[in-house]
Ligand binder design. Structure first.
Ligand SMILES: [Zn+2]
Length: 81
């Protein structure tokens, strides 16, 4: 049982690693945010092309995580616990 718990913890830690996490950005130059959710309502406002990238790359471009996506992730975490 303990082994299973350790495996689960290790797994959740791996998924928390931001390096290869997918992110979506609006190609509008004025857009300064990136999104975790492709269907984010903030991303829907984008009048330009939506590009799939990684979180690391988005951060390299000085983009911040969208507030809506951040809230959604928090809610997901609450459900898990
Ligand atoms: Zn978003």
């Amino acid at each position: 049982m303990k082994t299973l718990l350790i495996a689960l913890v290790a797994l959740s830690m791996t998924s928390a690693l931001p390096a290869k996490k997918k992110a979506y950005i609006c190609t509008d130059l004025k857009s300064q945010t990136y999104h975790w959710d492709e269907l984010c309502k903030e991303l829907e406002k984008c009048k330009y092309e939506v590009k799939e990238t990684t979180e690391a790359e988005a951060k390299d471009q000085q983009k911040r995580l969208c507030k809506v996506c951040k809230e959604n992730e928090k809610k997901k975490d609450e459900v898990k616990q």
